[in-house]
Design a protein around this ligand. Structure first.
Ligand code: AMP
Length: 281
C-alpha cells in the first residue's frame, strides 16, 4: 500500500494510473477504522482497479470543539487494517494540505432543504464542512466511484447533491450499515463509550426495529413519541426520532402503506452523540 501526505503527489500518481484506464474507487474516512469502513474498502476493491482511502479528521465539519478534540485517533492500527484489507493507496493529509487558503476562506454550497433538517438542523454548518472537505478530496483523487455508508444516510444525500452541483463525473455507491452482534451500528465514536454506555447503546437499534415493526399498525406520530420515550427512559438525550420518505427525507406523520420510509435517530448517551437509521419497508 502506498501512503501519500501531499495532495500534489497523490494526484500525480493517480493520473499515471488512470492512463492505464484503471478506475479509481475512493473511500473518504476520518480514521479510527472499524469493519464498517473496511466493508467500503472491500466494495471499492471489487469494482475498481485501484482503491484509495483518505484519513482526515476534518475540523470544519465539527460544530462542537470538544467533539473534534476527542475524536479517536488510531493511525498505526488504521494503516495495518488497510494493508490487510488490500487497500492500494492511503492519503493522510495535513489541515494545510486540504485547506491551503486557510480555514476561513470557505465556499458555500447550496444544499437547500437537506441542510435545514435532522443533522443539518442539530449540527449547524456540519454539512458545509463535509462538502468543503469532500469537494477538495474529489478534486485531488478524481474517482470514478465514491463509497459511502448508509449509516450516514443524510450525508449520502448531501454528497449526491454536491456531486451534481459540481457536475462531477463520480458515481456514489451507498453501502449497508455494518453492525455489532447486538445490533449497534459500528462507529468510531463507539470507542468513547464506557462499559455501561456501551450496553445502553444497543437501545438505538432496538428502537429502530420497534418502529419498523409498528409502522403498519398506528399513526407515525404516536410511534415516534413512543420511540423517543423509550430512549429518554434509558437515559438518552434525544436530538430527534423521525420517520421520513426515504427518497427525499421529507418528514411523514402518516403512511399510505406503499411509500418507502426511513426512520432516523440521533441521541446523546452522556457526552457521546450516536446516530443510526433503518429503512422501514
Ligand atoms: P467516518 O470515518 O465516520 O467519517 O466514516 C467514513 C465512511 O464510513 C462514511 O461513508 C460512513 O458512512 C461509513 N461508515 C461509518 N460507519 C459505518 C458502518 N457501521 N457501516 C458502513 N459504513 C460505515
Amino acid at each position: 500500500m502506498k501512503l501519500f501526505k501531499r495532495a500534489g503527489d497523490l494526484s500525480a500518481y493517480l493520473v499515471k494510473q488512470e492512463k492505464n484506464n484503471t478506475s479509481i474507487g475512493f473511500v473518504p474516512t476520518m480514521g479510527a477504522l472499524h469493519s464498517g469502513h473496511l466493508s467500503l474498502i472491500a466494495s471499492a476493491k471489487s469494482c475498481n482497479g485501484i482503491t484509495v482511502c483518505s484519513i482526515f479528521i476534518n475540523p470544519t465539519q465539527f460544530n462542537v470543539t470538544s467533539d473534534f478534540e476527542k475524536y479517536p485517533v488510531t493511525l498505526e492500527k488504521d494503516i495495518e487494517l488497510l494493508i490487510t484489507a488490500g487497500c492500494d493507496v492511503v492519503f493522510i493529509p495535513s489541515v494545510a494540505e486540504i485547506y491551503p487558503q486557510g480555514l476561513q476562506a470557505r465556499r458555500l454550497y447550496n444544499l437547500g432543504y437537506l441542510e435545514t433538517i435532522l443533522e443539518g438542523k442539530y449540527r449547524p454548518g456540519h454539512f458545509q464542512g463535509v462538502c468543503q472537505v469532500v469537494h477538495r478530496l474529489l478534486e485531488i483523487v478524481r474517482p470514478r466511484n465514491m463509497y459511502l455508508g448508509q449509516k450516514d444516510y443524510q450525508q449520502c444525500m448531501v454528497l449526491k447533491t454536491l456531486v451534481n452541483l459540481l457536475a462531477m463525473d463520480t458515481s456514489i455507491i451507498v453501502c449497508p450499515t455494518l453492525r455489532e452482534k447486538d445490533g449497534l451500528a459500528m462507529s468510531s465514536r463507539n470507542m468513547r463509550l464506557d462499559e455501561q454506555e456501551r450496553q445502553l447503546a444497543v437501545i438505538i437499534s432496538q428502537t429502530l426495529l420497534q418502529i419498523k415493526n409498528e409502522i403498519a399498525t398506528r399513526d407515525l406520530r404516536i410511534i415516534k413519541a413512543k420511540a423517543t420515550d423509550k430512549l429518554v427512559k434509558h437515559g438518552y438525550t434525544v436530538d430527534y426520532v423521525e420517520i421520513a420518505a426515504a427518497e427525499t427525507l421529507i418528514m411523514q406523520n402518516s403512511w399510505d402503506g406503499e411509500a418507502k420510509l426511513i426512520a432516523l435517530v440521533a441521541a446523546f448517551l452522556n457526552e457521546v452523540r450516536l446516530i443510526d437509521n433503518m429503512i422501514l419497508n
